[in-house]
Design a protein around this ligand. Structure first.
Ligand code: ATP
Ligand code: MG
Length: 365
């Protein structure tokens, strides 16, 4: 990935432009952490990037960002810019392309995200990123009083980076997070959820949640229950305690999981019927909440005689043939009865026993 990024920088610079890796990748490389995507910054405009790369995927020219696929890898390339007059505490009203990396660095959120790497693999540390990385400190590039007001999402990003990197928030930044926490109400729910997801899925989430609570942000985030949430490993278990289904946008799987975890959390998770009806995933998630060892749930689940309706050793077609009947509503009744008897251990799940049981109980004279 590094070599590919270097070749990408070489390509852009061969056209006479400047280009650097910036943000998360140089930061995580310096910290020897695993990284995801690589962000590039350059003085080439989106139009000029279009001319250099035929494989441009998407472009958001309004903000000067172009996403390209280069040697099968995706890169976000952002033109050096400065931003003016933030509206809604989130989006700059106007951006202006600038010529130097120095100016571009100034509009970024935190010092730790300003380390750059050039086409020769050299690190460029213009404003002391490495010092703050060494000191494990989250510090805004400009005065936090201005930075957080310009873009209140930075409040959550600060806590997200503190959590995932296990860093400290610089005291002045903390002060202004407390002061401007209310501005979070103005930020788009989806961007907030992205950051909260990252906090809630971090192995260091206890620290992140502690920060959110001690900085009094849970009310502004409309998740007051965060104050009493039990800290468990899964993101979805954290969300399930926050009564947030009508406050944030969740995908269908998340919604169903949250609903079911809440339904089952006070039930006996080692009961065959519960394990069968809710499945292993939901039961292990609920186990985090009521303190049952997940291994126990796994072991018990492995012993249940059927895991889904398809596992019943006789098919609906066979039942119809046996009873000389067309498929109809009676089938559901028979299958539910079989399920219950099998799960209770009152009926063996083999074709012979099931056939006999159906004849004895359902065959009309
Ligand atoms: P990640 O590891 O999550 O990718 P990242 O630091 O790369 O972390 P991105 O959201 O990918 O974060 O953003 C890339 C860079 O753009 C950041 O490092 C930062 O320099 C800048 N940036 C992103 N969001 C903001 C913001 N809200 N305000 C100022 N600068 C930002
Ligand atoms: Mg990134």
């Amino acid at each position: 990935m590094f070599d590919i990024a270097i070749r990408l920088l070489e390509k852009i610079t061969s056209y006479g432009y400047k280009a650097y890796m910036v943000g998360g990748y140089p930061r995580d490389l310096y910290l020897k952490r695993t990284y995801t995507d690589i962000d590039i910054c350059t003085d080439a405009t989106p139009m000029e990037l279009h001319q250099i790369f035929s494989e441009v995927v998407t472009t958001n020219s309004e903000y000067g960002t172009v996403t390209i696929v280069f040697e099968k890898n995706k890169f976000e390339i952002t033109t050096f810019r400065k931003e003016f007059k933030y509206k809604d505490y989130r989006r700059p009203e106007k951006i202006e392309y600038v010529n130097t990396l120095e100016e571009d660095i100034k509009r970024r959120d935190f010092t730790i995200n300003t380390l750059c790497i050039d086409k020769d693999g050299n690190q460029l540390d213009l404003i002391g990123a490495k010092q703050d990385l060494d000191n494990k400190l989250i510090r805004t590039v400009t005065n936090p009083k201005i930075s957080l007001k310009d873009d209140a999402l930075r409040i959550l990003r600060a806590i997200r980076f503190a959590t995932t990197l296990n860093f400290t928030l610089e005291p002045k930044l903390k002060t202004y997070i407390r002061k401007y926490g209310h501005l979070l109400k103005k930020i788009s729910k989806d961007r907030k959820k992205e950051e909260l997801d990252l906090i809630f899925s971090s192995p260091n989430k206890a620290y992140g949640i502690e920060l959110l609570n001690s900085l009094k942000l849970s009310d502004y985030l409309e998740i007051p229950n965060l104050k009493k949430a039990k800290i468990t490993p899964s993101m979805i278990v954290t969300w399930s305690q926050l009564d947030a289904l009508d406050k944030y946008n969740f995908n269908a799987i998340e919604k169903e999981s949250i609903r079911k975890i809440n339904e089952v959390k006070d039930k006996d998770l080692l009961d065959n019927h519960i394990l069968y009806n809710y499945g292993l995933y939901i039961c292990t998630m609920a186990a985090e909440l009521n303190g049952i060892d997940k291994q126990k749930i796994n072991e018990k689940y492995a012993t249940i005689p059927i895991k889904r309706r398809l596992d019943i050793a006789i098919t609906p077609v066979e039942i119809c043939q046996l009873l000389n009947k067309e498929a109809g509503s009676f089938l559901k009744r028979v299958l539910t009865d079989l399920e219950n008897k099998i799960l209770n251990g009152n009926l063996n799940n083999n074709k012979e026993d099931l056939t006999q049981y159906i004849i004895n109980n359902y065959k009309e004279a």
